[in-house]
Design a protein around this ligand. Structure first.
Ligand code: FAD
Length: 385
C-alpha cells in the first residue's frame, strides 16, 4: 500500500493518521478536510469555548513532522474504487479511511438557526450569548443541555424546547432525564413540545404558539456525514457499515468515528457511537486493519457531558439492560446501573460519581454479575457489589 487517503480531518481522521505512522506505515498519507481549520477537539466547543474560557481546541499533532499532506478546505464529493473526487480534483488511493463524522440536523423555517458542530459555529454563537439575550434552545439532549448551561451562565433569558417527556429522554430514557429536570432552574423548560418551524424572531410551535428569541439554537441530533458516498459501491446504513475490524464493504477501506456503524461482538448488534472516546480510540484498530492486521474494535463505549455544574458520565449500552437500579441522592450525587436479566451490568450512568463510572465500566467489560441488593446502597463501592 503506497498511498492512504483519509477523508475527514476531525479527531478520528487525525488519530488514524497518527496510528498509521506509529505502526510504521511509510507511504504517502493525504488528509482531506472540509473545514479550513487544522484538526481540533469538539467537546470544548460547548464548554470552554462557549464560556469564553478558551478560543480554540486544536489537537497537538504536528502533521508536517509526520509527513502528512494536509488539505484543509477541500471536500470529498464522491467515491469510486481507487479514486476520491474532491472539490479540487481527483485523488487516487490504495487505502481509504472514511472519517467524515456527523452533521447537525436542522429544522424547517426561514429564520436564523444556529447549530453547534464546528469551531466557527462556537465563535458565532458565543458572540450572541450576551446578558439579556433571549435564547431558545431546541432539544434538551447533550448539546442542548450544554448550550443552555452556557447561555444561562452568560446571563441570557433561556427557553429550552424539548419534544420528549424529560431532558435526555431520547438518549438515556425519561426516568434518568426526569432526575436532571431540577438543574434547569431559571430556564423556561418546555417539555412535550414540538417545534413547527424556526421563523424570523423566534420559534413557531406546533399548535401555533410563538416563542420569541434573538438567538435560536437547534440541538436535535446529528446524522452521519456520508452523503458524498451516495452512489458509491459501499454499504451504507446509518453511516458506513463496517465489521468488527472497522472494514467497509469496499476493498482497502475502513471507516471510523461518528460516521461508522461497526459490528459489536460484545452486544451482537451494530453500534454507531457519536462520542469522543470512540473517535480517540477506534483509529488504532482502523489503522491496523487497513495495514492487514487482525484486530477487532470491541469497547465498552464511554462518553461524558458537563451540564449545569454536573459531570454526567456514561459507559455501556443500556438497551441491553432489563432493569434500572439507582444509587445515591437524586438531588445530589447519584448513579444508575442497567442490569441484564442475569444481573450483569449493561450500562452505568454516573452524576458526579466518577468512581461508579470507572468501576462500572470495568465490570461491564468483564461481564461480571453483581448483587442487585448491594447495588442500591451508594456506600458500597460498585466493585464490591
Ligand atoms: P468529526 O469531529 O465530525 O470530524 C469529521 C470531519 O470531517 C469534520 O471536520 C468535517 O468537516 C469533515 N468532513 C465531513 N464531510 C467531509 C467531506 N465530504 N470531505 C472532507 N471532509 C469532510 N463527546 C463526548 O464524549 N463528550 C462530550 O462532552 C462531547 N461534547 C461535544 C460537544 C460538541 C459541541 C460536539 C459537536 C461534539 C461533542 N462530542 C462529545 C462528540 C465528539 O466530539 C465527536 O464524537 C467527535 O468529534 C467525532 O469525531 P469524528 O472525527 O468522527 O467526526
Amino acid at each position: 500500500m503506497n498511498h492512504v487517503v483519509v477523508v475527514g480531518a476531525g479527531l478520528a481522521g487525525v488519530r488514524t493518521v497518527e496510528a498509521l505512522r506509529a505502526r510504521g506505515f511509510g507511504g504517502r498519507i493525504t488528509l482531506i478536510g472540509e473545514e479550513r481549520h487544522r484538526p481540533y477537539d469538539r467537546p470544548p466547543l460547548s464548554k470552554a469555548v462557549l464560556f469564553g474560557d478558551a478560543d480554540t481546541s486544536y489537537v497537538g499533532t504536528d502533521l508536517d513532522a509526520i509527513e502528512v499532506d494536509f488539505r484543509p478546505g477541500v471536500s470529498a464529493k464522491s467515491l469510486r474504487e481507487g479514486v476520491v473526487e474532491t472539490t479540487e480534483g481527483e485523488v487516487r488511493y490504495d487505502g481509504l479511511v472514511i472519517a467524515t463524522g456527523a452533521e447537525p440536523i436542522r429544522l424547517p423555517g426561514d429564520g436564523p438557526q444556529h447549530v453547534l458542530r464546528t469551531l466557527d459555529d462556537a465563535h458565532e454563537l458565543r458572540a450572541m450569548l450576551v446578558p439579556g439575550a433571549q435564547v431558545a434552545v431546541i432539544g434538551a439532549g447533550w448539546i442542548g443541555a450544554e448550550v443552555a448551561t452556557a447561555a444561562r451562565r452568560a446571563g441570557c433569558s433561556v427557553t429550552v424546547i424539548e419534544s420528549g417527556p424529560a431532558p435526555l429522554a431520547t438518549a438515556v430514557g425519561a426516568g434518568i432525564g426526569a432526575r436532571t429536570q431540577h438543574w434547569y432552574d431559571g430556564i423556561d423548560l418546555r417539555l412535550g413540545t414540538m417545534v413547527d418551524s424556526v421563523d424570523e424572531g423566534g420559534v413557531r410551535l406546533v399548535g401555533g404558539e410563538f416563542v420569541e428569541a434573538h438567538v435560536v439554537v437547534t440541538g436535535i441530533g446529528v446524522r452521519p456525514a456520508v452523503e458524498w458516498l451516495t452512489g458509491a459501491d459501499i454499504d451504507l446504513h446509518n453511516g458506513v457499515v463496517v465489521d468488527e475490524h472497522l472494514r467497509a464493504s469496499l476493498p482497502n477501506t475502513v471507516a471510523v468515528g461518528d460516521c461508522a456503524a461497526w459490528w459489536s461482538r460484545r452486544w451482537e448488534i451494530r453500534l454507531r457511537v457519536e462520542h469522543w472516546d470512540t473517535a480517540l480510540n477506534a483509529p488504532e484498530v482502523a489503522a491496523a486493519s487497513l495495514l492487514g492486521e487482525d484486530v477487532a474494535y470491541d469497547p465498552v463505549p464511554y462518553f461524558w457531558s458537563e451540564q449545569f455544574g454536573h459531570m454526567v458520565q456514561y459507559a455501556g449500552h443500556h438497551p441491553a439492560g432489563d432493569r434500572l437500579i439507582y444509587r445515591g441522592d437524586p438531588e445530589g450525587k447519584w448513579s444508575a446501573v442497567w442490569l441484564t436479566a442475569g444481573d450483569v451490568p449493561a450500562a452505568v450512568l454516573a452524576v458526579d460519581r466518577p468512581r461508579d463510572l470507572v468501576q462500572g465500566r470495568r465490570i461491564i467489560a468483564a461481564g461480571h454479575r453483581v448483587d442487585a441488593e448491594r447495588l442500591v446502597d451508594p456506600d458500597v463501592p460498585l466493585r464490591d457489589c
